[in-house]
Design a protein around this ligand. Structure first.
Ligand code: GLN
Length: 230
C-alpha cells in the first residue's frame, strides 16, 4: 500500500488476460498511478484493482494456474477496492448463470450475473446509460458479449440500467461497498468518468484506512486526540 494519502492512488489492472492496456490508460487519465498486476506480490502493493474485460472462463483458469485466485479472494474480502468491467463483473460476482459448472470467480459482489446475456442477435451494441454517481450526460456504453445482472442482494446499489430496446431495464452497473462492476467497457470510449468514480472510491478507502490506523494508536495518534475526530 502507498502511505501518503495525498499522492495518487496506485491502482493495478489484473493482467492475466483481456484489455489491460486500455484500463491502464483510462486509470491514468483519471489521475491514478496504474500498473499491471500478475503476481500476488504485485497485488499486495496496490490500493485498488481493476479486473478487465476479456473472457471470464479463461481469466479464472489463468488466475487459478498462476496462484492468484486465493490471493484475489483474500484481498477483496479484506476490503481492497475493485472494479470489474464485463468479464471483470463476472469475476466479482458471487453467482454466475450460463457458465461452465466448474467456473470459479473471485466473488465478493452479492449478485447473480448471466453471461452473454444479450444474446447472439445483439452480440455487441452501444447505448447511452445514465449512471448514479457519474455527473453530466449519460455514459456511452459499449457492450461486447456482455453479462447483465439478473439479481442483486440487499447490500447492492444499482448504478445503471439499459434504457429502451429489447433489454430495457436490465441492470448493467452496480456497487456494493468498495466493489463496482459494469457490464460495459468504459475503457474503450475515451470517457474517464467511470474510472474517475473508481479512483475516488479508492481515495476514500485509503483515507478510511489512514484514519483507522491513526485511531489504532499508530504514529500519528497521541493521548488527547480522541476528541479531535471530525
Ligand atoms: N462473454 C465474456 C465472458 O463471459 C465477457 C465478454 C467481455 O468481457 N467483453 O467472460
Amino acid at each position: 500500500m502507498s502511505t501518503a494519502v495525498s499522492s495518487p492512488p496506485v491502482i493495478g489492472v489484473l493482467a492475466l488476460q483481456g484489455d489491460v492496456r486500455e484500463h491502464v490508460a483510462a486509470l491514468r487519465a483519471a489521475g491514478a498511478e496504474a500498473r499491471p498486476v500478475r503476481r500476488p506480490e504485485e497485488l499486495a502493493e496496490v490500493d485498488g484493482l481493476v479486473i478487465p474485460g476479456g473472457e471470464s472462463t479463461t481469466m479464472a483458469k489463468l488466475a487459478a494456474r498462476f496462484g492468484m485466485l486465493e490471493p484475489l479472494r483474500a484481498a477483496v474480502r479484506g476490503g481492497l477496492p475493485a472494479y470489474g468491467s464485463c468479464a471483470g463483473m463476472i469475476m466479482l460476482a458471487d453467482s454466475v448463470l450460463d457458465a461452465p459448472a466448474d467456473q470459479e470467480t473471485i466473488g465478493g459482489l452479492d449478485v447473480t450475473v448471466r453471461r452473454n446475456a444479450f444474446g447472439r442477435q445483439v452480440d455487441s451494441f452501444e447505448s447511452a446509460v445514465r449512471l448514479v454517481g457519474v455527473p453530466g450526460p449519460p455514459v456511452h456504453a459499449v457492450f461486447i458479449r456482455a453479462p447483465w445482472v439478473e439479481e442483486v442482494g440487499p447490500g447492492v446499489e444499482v448504478l445503471g440500467r439499459v434504457e429502451g430496446g429489447p433489454a430495457d431495464g436490465k441492470i448493467v452497473a452496480v456497487r456494493q461497498g468498495r466493489l463496482v462492476a459494469t457490464s460495459f467497457h468504459p475503457e474503450l470510449t475515451g470517457d474517464p468518468r467511470v474510472h474517475a468514480l473508481f479512483v475516488e472510491l479508492v481515495r476514500e478507502a485509503m483515507a478510511d484506512g489512514a484514519r483507522d490506523h491513526a485511531r489504532g494508536g499508530g504514529a500519528g495518534a497521541g493521548v488527547g486526540d480522541e476528541g479531535g475526530q471530525p
